[in-house]
Design a protein around this ligand. Sequence first.
Ligand code: TXA
Ligand code: MG
Length: 312
Amino acid sequence: MKTLLTGDIAVAADHLKRSGLVAFPTETVYGLGANAFDEAAIRRIFEAKERPSDNPLIIHIGSIEQVKEIAENLSHTANDLIAEFFPGPLTLVLTRRSSVPDVLSAGLDSIGVRMPADATAHAFLAKCGVPVAAPSANLSGRPSPTTWEAVYEDLNGRIDCILQSEPTLIGLESTVVDCTADLPVILRAGAISLESLRETVPSILVRTADPTGAPKSPGMRHRHYSPNARVVIVRENEKCENSSDGGYIGIDSPSTEFRLSRICNSVDAYAKSVFEFFRECDRSGIKTIYCQAVPETGIGTALMDRLRRAAE
Ligand code: TXA
Ligand code: MG
């Protein structure tokens, strides 16, 4: 298959409307989109990404009115979170309408819904006119793509079109909140922090590891965000062995030399560049990447979550 590269939103939306798979930017990471009601196209997303079929996709919408096309019986909390955080880097797990294909939600009776804030994403979704199912546009298990070039690296020849745009603003995936239980639960940390969610929903819970091994968010079972290189998290004052041939990313300058290093001037900048740095290290054959630990507040919580998963 030939993958079309285009900066033209109307051309990209046209591919999607004709059952194509189209990668598009959002403020978190690039997504791989298909018409949410087109079951054959949804199946092709799983194939193109080599994604396990038990890991549900989230649906992206261009307007708040579209929520009711895909979800029903919204709780007060869900409505409050929509009013406060849509559009933005927040995914809500809601009760699925039966018109949404089973394959999309991996058979669950719930559905993840997100309305991106990125201007290109918004214009693209508006042109598509239908809800768009979209996981991150990487091969399953690889770091999420924060540039269109990273999408091309993983999916060229496997998808119909890439909508070319700027590198993504945030660089880590959305916060996922399950609103189907009595009390809402954060299933995945992201750019919308626990602290800011608590201002709207003081009772919100954070998912803890389930001893029965049955996580509520199926995706959390699978290997994630990993470069080919080994990832090592370094705390303050810890020494990195064999550093001269490794990579380093962090806020503070390291005391030793690295083959490739990235010093970020804030935790936000670190979050924004970490996945691309992982890919850069893989391209230059680096075997070990040292990542400085950060305090777990704000986006630092999501960054540490991704670093731990990559280091597993
Ligand atoms: O920022 C993002 O969320 C990006 C952009 C493209 O929007 N998308 C993204 O999608 O990260 P994906 O598929 O890579 O991650 C979605 C996560 C997975 O961990 C999945 O298991 C979980 O959301 N999820 C989706 N639907 C769910 C549901 N019904 N119940 C529980 N978890 C769900
Ligand atoms: Mg993903």
